[in-house]
Design a protein around this ligand. Structure first.
Ligand code: GLC
Ligand code: MG
Length: 558
């Protein structure tokens, strides 16, 4: 029932996730069934056949739980229900059943680092005494200074501003402070609390019993904080655990998180079927990340070092080599990813100056990236990624070649980053714009009306699915063909071997397939005796691979 027939070439019984291509659905921007301008679960059900046609193995849904939407649903007020804007719990059940009927697996998002401030636990904590059991589920502390009016430590919120907010006592006097590594509407849980641990095991079981195939674990590197909550002196980078050469920040990637995931793994292992845990952990280097996917912990961890690698043959080869080596050591697959709902879409990111730091959003007054260059590189990057052994995640709309919306009016922005940084960082709205399905329909087929919670740019018409389906050379057909070949050729389960190649060219074999990406200015020839199977862009007249193009080739059959 909840074990769909496996669609990999090895037949049933394989560990499906080791080579799966998993498609991220950001529910509010995928498909709107009721015309309120916000995508919903019935909308997803209506589009499942399109996902089957694309050729993916599983979907991951960003949170759809009841939430005040202070951070687009990553502020969960009830972990066991569906927010009315997205539908009802029965819609989630129907979605799981309908996906399974089509051989697609379903991964849901689990947000354990924090709840919403509207969660009954937090409401109870606010009304309770300092030192009470209710407060102990969160991280409450007295402030510093004579009147306790300075935050307990120097930590900053990932979205800007202090990571602490002061509360009022029931009598109206200023009280303790609570920790929130993200928005003030997202108080951090205290993972030393047995109640917190028990509750999340119960939540896992709740969704396992409803038939889900796994959990994407939000902020998996953040649950445990250094016990003394020591001050942290920030280098320029404020937000992640990827401080390669510096001491580890006291709020990220603490060793204590692993015990939690070992417990969760045992909960999953007790359950029939093959459900997985995938870590969202912004942790570098690759060896530290690999600790999250040791045999008794999670199954996958997003490879963000790969996502952030510069578009040069050196940087790409280094990160691929290093990631494979690190995960091989622990017997896990590498989990490739180029885009998600938190970063600039790669069709835009790859147009930025090579090696530049990743900006947090682009606005109408910023220099506008070259869309054609970005798309050309994005197609090359995707074709390279889909050849690599391991699992890969796609983010809704990338199969259409969608760029970031880089000219959103500031008034419509909803990412708390924009507000919390006093309007200096625009944030992530530009990658979250509802996606286009039909060029000539209202809201480009996103829903039955014109309504769209973020405005869609007019260029969406040319990216719409119905403009690309069956159109040779379209980005959509490139994805579809690549996904079919990847499956037929078993590339996800393949072995990678590097080939000698000119500078600025990356060349490797994955099993029988030769993969060449040209980062250089001059076109290059394919290895002798091979012929192209698929290319991310047109080859030049003599069959050579131009700049920013990836080709898969095979031995010429005589
Ligand atoms: C993760 C999510 C992001 C969210 C944050 C806080 O990074 O991917 O969207 O804002 O966690 O939950
Ligand atoms: Mg809706």
């Amino acid at each position: 029932m909840n074990t769909p027939s496996t669609r990999t070439r090895d037949g049933a019984g394989t560990e499906w996730w080791r080579e799966a291509v998993i498609y991220q659905i950001y529910p509010r921007s995928f498909a709107d069934s009721d015309g309120d301008g916000i995508g919903d679960l019935p909308g997803v059900v209506d589009r499942l056949d399109d996902l089957v046609a694309l050729g993916i193995d599983a979907i991951w849904l960003s949170p759809f739980y009841p939430s005040p939407q202070a951070d687009a649903g990553y502020d969960v007020a009830d972990y066991r229900d569906v927010d009315p804007i997205f539908g009802r719990l029965t819609d989630a059940d129907r979605l799981i059943a309908e996906a399974h009927r089509r051989g697609l697996r379903v991964i849901v998002d689990l947000v354990p680092n924090h709840t919403s401030s509207a969660h009954p636990w937090f409401v109870e904590a606010l009304g309770a005494e300092p030192g009470s059991a209710a407060r102990d589920r969160y991280v409450f502390r007295d402030g510093r200074g004579q009147h306790g009016d300075r935050p307990p430590n120097s930590w900053r919120s990932v979205f800007g501003g202090p990571a602490w907010t002061r509360t009022d006592n029931p009598d109206g006097t200023p009280g303790q402070w609570y920790l929130h590594l993200f928005d003030a509407g997202q108080p951090d849980l205290n993972w030393d609390s047995e109640q917190v641990r028990d509750e999340f095991v119960a939540i896992l079981r709740f969704w396992l019993d409803r038939g889900v195939d796994g959990f994407r674990v939000d902020v998996a590197h953040g649950l445990v904080k250094q016990a003394d909550l020591a001050d942290w002196h920030y280098p320029e980078e404020t937000t992640s655990g990827d401080h390669v050469d510096q001491p580890r920040p006291p709020m990220w990637d603490q060793d204590g998180v692993h015990e939690i995931y070992r417990q969760w793994r045992s909960v999953l292992d007790e359950h029939p079927g093959q459900q997985i845990l995938v870590a969202e952990a912004w942790v570098q280097p690759a060896e530290r990340l690999a600790a999250y996917v040791r045999p008794d912990e999670m199954h996958q961890a997003f490879n963000f070092e790969y996502l952030e690698a510069a578009w040069t043959s050196d940087a790409q080869r280094t990160v691929i080599e290093r990631s494979l080596a690190a995960t091989d050591k622990v017997g896990a697959p590498t989990t490739w990813v180029l885009s998600n709902h938190d970063v600039l879409r790669h069709a835009t990111r790859l147009a930025l100056p090579i090696g530049a730091a990743r900006p947090r959003g682009i606005g109408a007054n910023d220099p506008q990236p070259d869309t054609a260059l970005g798309l050309r590189r994005a197609r090359a990057a995707t074709l390279l990624m889909l050849a690599l052994p391991g699992s890969a995640y796609l983010y809704q709309g990338e199969e259409l070649g969608l760029p970031e919306h880089t000219t959103l009016p500031d008034e419509v922005r909803q990412d708390p980053t924009w507000r919390r940084t006093d309007h200096t960082e625009r944030g992530r709205d530009g990658c979250r714009v509802p996606i286009p399905w039909e060029a000539d329909s209202p809201s480009y087929g996103f829903g039955p009306t014109d309504a769209s919670w973020l405005p869609q740019p007019p260029v969406w018409a040319e990216y719409a699915l119905d403009r690309q389906r069956d159109v040779p050379g379209s980005t959509y057909e490139l994805y579809r063909t690549a996904l079919r070949l990847r499956r037929d050729l078993g590339l996800g389960a393949g072995r990678l071997r590097w080939l000698e190649s000119p500078e600025d060219v990356l060349a490797c074999c994955v099993d029988e397939v030769t993969v060449v990406t040209n980062f250089g200015a001059e076109p290059v020839s394919l290895p002798p005796g091979t012929e192209p199977l698929i290319a991310s862009g047109p080859l030049n007249g003599s069959g050579r691979v131009p700049t920013d193009v990836t080709v898969w080739a095979r031995q010429r059959v005589r």
